[in-house]
Write a protein that binds this ligand. Structure first.
Ligand code: PLP
Length: 513
């Protein structure tokens, strides 16, 4: 393809994207295809000879779009919103146009410096304390591909920090460069004794990070009375049990806005407990809810002050509710050395005079991978185009939709709200006895709601996901309705609710629960 052909194909692509968005509310949200639909239509091998690009481009509409689940549809209420905006689509185009793996400052100074600037813009907008800002010279932030990457990176940093501390306790002195080298014998003695903690509500990222490090993950039970939040005393109990067995606590994942219900763990309680265990590190995962710190009125309920005081690292995904096309996960640390001392491996071919002089950041030392995408341009375009005010208005819209829906659901005689609405997330279940009447036991209700979810799952005009809330008291199967989609109006939410009520009636009329 030459420049003029690219110009033509590029205009055609933008035109078709505009048509897609103009009609998105008419398209079924879920793909009406069966497994293997695409594999069966594509040749087994790449073509011998190059093909005409206009033919290739047509196949996006013909073959790919039918197999797309439309996350940008106004009727997408599953998981969490993964907002995409036109600003980001253009940013991605620019980013591809100067494609480079940007691992060192010298690989593209603009990529590194724009990332430093926009991550700090984000941190300031969210009210994160100066300790997390890059301009502090001590802390700082980086854009990762996902909250799972951030959590895994935090785990590596935490492990190395714990092992350094244990090295010092066993008499190891800092070298000429001021760094503690962890002796093999310390790794052998303690490396496999380290333990990660979270709750039964922690996203699977916690167990996965532990698994990748070959370490155990303790999913601490939570209580309905605490609205599924992890408490400090429960953390202490779990840690003490492990310490009695000679194990070493080194990392706690606390969540602000759990996936299932939006629960907010008791950060201060947990932080106070962790003060008694100096090998520990506190990572706060606010993948979905963290962007809501942009609204000052929600900072207290989301425990921002506690995060600022106690967390060693923090993550939120702008690629969920934050208007930024996937991927853009902001990961901030209070001490950048926690990352660089764990991840800086510099062979001669990666050295540069600027890095040697200590005047620049080489982001490869803040993450497991070497190469990295130019993600900051997306967030830069979003924050400039929307401004903080526009960003806040978008969040407020989702929250308002949730509040209005909550009013409707609370008046229903067939449904009950399971936990208080969290920002733009409502969790509910079908319960014919919710307005009084004879009580139905939990097993029956779980079965009833599984049936409801199965029914909803057969529909293509709406997409919702289920969850099971595990707690000390009981397990509850329920349905989540996640609002905050950038293309979703309240009429779309109302229509979704009508469908849910309709399907609920059908389940009840089938009888027997
Ligand atoms: N943490 C929480 C609380 C989430 O709700 C989710 C996804 O829904 C994640 C982490 C996973 O995010 P990612 O896909 O960026 O790893």
């Amino acid at each position: 393809m030459d420049i003029e052909e690219f110009r033509k194909a590029g205009y055609a692509a933008i035109d078709s994207i505009c048509d897609y968005y103009a009609n998105i509310s008419q398209v079924p949200v879920k793909a009406k295809v069966q497994p293997g639909y695409l594999i069966d239509q594509l040749p087994k091998e790449a073509p011998e000879d190059g093909q005409r690009f206009d033919e290739i481009q047509k196949d996006f509409g013909k073959l790919i779009l039918p197999g797309i689940t439309h996350w940008q549809s106004p009727s997408f209420f599953a998981y969490f919103p993964a907002n995409s905006t036109f600003e980001c689509m253009i940013a991605d185009l620019y980013s591809s146009s100067v494609s480079n793996p940007g691992f060192n400052w010298i690989c593209s100074p603009a990529c590194t410096e724009l990332e430093q600037v926009v991550v700090e813009w984000a941190a300031r907008m969210l009210g994160l304390s100066k300790d997390f800002w890059g301009s502090s010279g001590i802390g700082g932030g980086v854009i990762m591909g996902s909250a799972s990457d951030s959590a895994f990176t935090a785990a590596i940093a935490a492990r190395e920090k714990a092992l350094r501390r244990l090295s010092v306790e066993s008499g190891v002195k800092a070298g000429d460069n001021g760094q503690i080298e962890i002796p093999d014998k310390i790794r052998q003695e303690y490396g496999q004794k380290l333990v990660v903690y979270g709750s039964t509500q922690t996203h699977s990222l916690g167990a996965k990070a532990a698994l990748m490090l070959g370490l155990p993950f303790r999913a601490i039970p939570v209580s309905i009375d605490d609205q599924y939040a992890l408490r400090g005393e429960a953390v202490r109990e779990a840690i003490e049990k492990d310490k009695k067995d000679g194990l070493v606590p080194f990392l706690v994942y606390a969540t602000v806005g759990t996936t299932s219900t939006g629960a907010v763990d008791r950060i201060a309680e947990i932080g106070e407990v962790l003060k008694e265990y100096p090998t520990t590190f506190l990572h706060v995962d606010a993948a979905w809810a963290g962007v809501a710190y942009a609204l000052p009125q929600y900072r207290e309920s989301l425990r921002l002050q506690e995060v600022n005081e106690y967390a060693d690292s923090f993550c939120t995904n702008f690629h969920k509710w934050g208007l930024t096309t996937f991927d853009c996960s902001i990961f901030c640390v209070k001490n950048r050395k926690d990352l660089t001392q764990a991840l800086d491996v510099t062979p001669p071919f990666l050295r540069s005079k600027e890095a040697d002089a200590g005047t620049v950041i080489d982001y490869r030392n803040w993450q497991p991978a070497l190469g990295r995408r130019f993600r900051s341009i997306k967030l830069w375009f979003v924050l400039r185009s929307f401004g903080v005010n526009g960003f806040q208005k978008h969040l407020e819209r989702g929250i308002e939709h949730c509040q209005r829906l909550t009013e409707i659901v609370s008046q229903s005689s067939k449904f009950e709200i399971i936990t208080p609405p969290s920002l733009a997330l409502l969790v509910f279940r079908l319960n014919p006895s919710s307005s009084g009447g004879g009580k139905v036991d939990d097993d029956k209700l779980n079965l009833l709601n599984q049936k409801l979810h199965q029914r909803l799952d057969t529909r293509y005009d709406i997409f919702l996901t289920q969850t099971v809330l595990h707690s000390i008291e009981r397990n509850v199967f329920c349905i989540r309705l996640a609002m905050g989609g950038v293309n979703t109006s309240f009429e779309d939410v109302q229509r979704a609710w009508e469908i849910i009520e309709e399907e609920g009636e059908r389940v009840l009329s089938e009888g027997d629960g």
